[in-house]
Unconditional design. Structure first.
Lengths: 111, 114
């Protein structure tokens, strides 16, 4: 089984809808991250969490919220989706300063 | 601010050597990472440099010069499966809030041709 899983893998939604992307990990890492990836812009950090009680905004947090339900679960919500939130979203986990382990990604399309 | 530059695309021949450069200007420096990302897949960790010099790992090597704000990833004996995007990422600051953030470059798409 994969160490970092994301659900759903693909989602098409309409403008104004609320949507939640979920991330689970079995690696036992404290640190979890949400990124979005857009063609020509690279990976950008949305939110990150050091542990269940510690959540921090990243570079592009506007329009997003997160919840760290447990050490192993970190969900990303779009309260009212808009077309420019169409992107590939990655969850990542990490044990310390160094490497991060990425999930398979969620391809989100907002019409 | 943070600025990380790497070439957008490169092409190289199977069996050859290719060097992918990355230059950065960031507020502080606490490590540079290289990731490989195949199309439609997750990035996977390749290497980490925090001190000047060359780190070798099999066919892949990564070099860092902190004074020049420069790194490169060297791929030897290229294989078709090395066709992917290569992402340079910098951890810009020390201190709790910044320690775990990575700032990514836009990636270099490498095409390996027969």
């Amino acid at each position: 089984d994969a160490d970092v899983t994301q659900t759903p893998r693909n989602r098409i939604t309409k403008t104004g809808k609320r949507i939640m992307l979920e991330c689970s990990q079995t690696k036992g890492h404290d640190r979890m991250y949400w990124y979005r990836q857009d063609p020509g812009l690279g990976l950008r950090l949305i939110y990150y969490s050091f542990d269940v009680k510690d959540i921090n905004k990243g570079e592009i947090s506007d329009g997003y919220s997160v919840s760290r339900q447990a050490q192993a679960k970190f969900s990303l919500s779009l309260e009212s989706a808009i077309p420019n939130q169409t992107a590939l979203y990655f969850c990542a986990t990490g044990p310390d300063y160094n490497e991060q382990f990425f999930g398979p990604g969620t391809r989100l399309t907002v019409l | 601010g943070q600025n990380i530059d790497q070439p957008t695309e490169m092409t190289a021949t199977e069996g050859a050597i290719v060097q992918i450069n990355c230059t950065y200007q960031t507020s502080g420096f606490n490590g540079l990472f290289w990731y490989q990302q195949h199309a439609g897949e997750a990035p996977t960790f390749l290497s980490y440099n925090v001190l000047d010099g060359l780190e070798e790992k099999g066919r892949f090597s990564s070099f860092l010069s902190r004074s020049k704000g420069y790194s490169y990833l060297l791929l030897k004996e290229l294989q078709m499966k090395d066709s992917a995007s290569y992402l340079c990422a910098v951890r810009p600051t020390l201190g709790r809030a910044g320690s775990y953030q990575l700032t990514f470059g836009k990636g270099t798409k490498l095409s390996v041709i027969p």
